[in-house]
Design a protein around this ligand. Structure first.
Ligand code: PMP
Length: 334
């Protein structure tokens, strides 16, 4: 019998997919973990599950308790599913810049959703800090604290990283992924480097994030902005601290958009914007490394979470971006 034990038993063990059009284009094996196939629909189900299980094991989350989190959406969706499956309440503090689809999903799941103005991390009313304060003032509540709670990267070390190693029989030359909390990048990088220190671990970064400059120069410098959601950071989180990192690659929105549309029309995969950054960086890395290499990245979540945005011509135009499939160039700028 091959039966999964409820929602929780269904998290992880996602397929590793060869991206055909991008592999043909680069002469490399571009492989991607299909994290959008997790039961809550994103890469964040793994972290949400580990964070809740860790709090239970430590005895700080008790029956009937509340899980509070500041999240751009996907972690909240994962937490809300798991809270329902385990009988907890869920309170989500979300920046009001995030897509309506994600807020609607959270409400449908029964989470209490409090949208707050998007202000920088240094502001005491930043959504992350606010969520921590709210949790500390509540009875029988935990703050999931995904950015600095190491249960997050532990999930990816124990599951995503180990799965990638197993699914490729250890034939991996590079690992590349964008970071929000850094849990995915760091956990997988730590696992793969332990198995084979030759594997290149590269951070993919959108514009408007400080990690690219930090990895290249040691200084956090932020330039431009991005329509992608859930990725990019202006600080080094506890989850990113000490993560083995060989290099960084920056991908702009127009490049990410071309990838998203190529994934849709050539590979049949409807993906969100962060996946565009990931696969765009994998293509750039393939060009740096040359043909014959195996590069692994992540398909983070589905494009249905962004239908009103990256698949909406008018919205894209308002951001100065063009969705035209015909304009997808054959090569990327290096
Ligand atoms: N893509 C999307 C769509 C996300 O929501 C997130 C998490 N915020 C990520 C990528 C990055 O994952 P991590 O937090 O593990 O760095």
């Amino acid at each position: 019998m091959d039966i999964k034990d409820g929602f929780i038993g269904t998290v992880g063990n996602t397929p590793l997919i060869k991206l055909k059009s991008f592999s043909e284009e680069t002469g490399c094996n571009i492989l991607a973990k299909a994290e959008f196939l997790n039961p809550g629909g994103s890469v964040k189900d793994r972290a949400a599950l580990y964070i809740i299980q860790d709090a239970e094991a430590k005895g700080i989350l008790k029956p009937g308790g509340t899980v509070v989190e500041g999240t751009a959406g996907n972690t909240g969706i994962g937490l809300a599913h798991i809270c329902n499956a385990k009988g907890y309440k869920c309170l989500i503090i979300i920046p009001d810049t995030q897509s309506q689809e994600k807020m609607d999903a959270l409400r449908v799941l029964g989470a209490e959703v409090r949208p707050v103005p998007a202000v920088p991390y240094k502001d005491p009313n930043n959504y992350v800090k606010l969520s921590g304060r709210i949790a500390s003032e509540m009875e029988n509540a935990i703050w999931a604290n995904q950015f600095d709670n190491l249960a997050n990267r532990q999930a990816h070390y124990e599951t995503t990283g180990a799965e990638i190693w197993r699914q490729t029989d250890g034939n991996v030359d590079a690992w590349v992924a964008a970071t929000g909390t850094g849990g995915t990048f760091a956990g997988v990088a730590m696992y793969l480097k332990e198995k084979n220190p030759q594997i290149r671990c590269v951070v993919a970064d959108p514009m408007g994030s400080g990690l690219y400059s930090y990895i290249k120069t040691g200084e956090i410098k932020i330039e431009g902005n991005s329509i992608t959601e859930g990725i990019g950071n202006s600080r080094i989180t506890a989850n990113m601290e000490g993560a083995p990192t060989d290099d960084a690659i920056q991908v702009n929105d127009q490049e990410a958009l071309r990838v998203v549309y190529q994934l849709l029309y050539k590979d049949g995969l409807l993906m969100g914007g962060s996946t565009g950054i990931n696969v765009g960086a994998a293509v750039k890395l393939a060009k740096q490394m040359g043909p014959g290499h195996t590069i692994v990245t992540i398909l983070c979540d589905s494009g249905t979470r962004y239908q009103s945005r990256i698949f909406n011509r008018e919205w894209l135009k308002s951001k100065g971006l063009t969705p035209d499939w015909e304009q997808i160039p054959k090569t990327f700028s290096e």
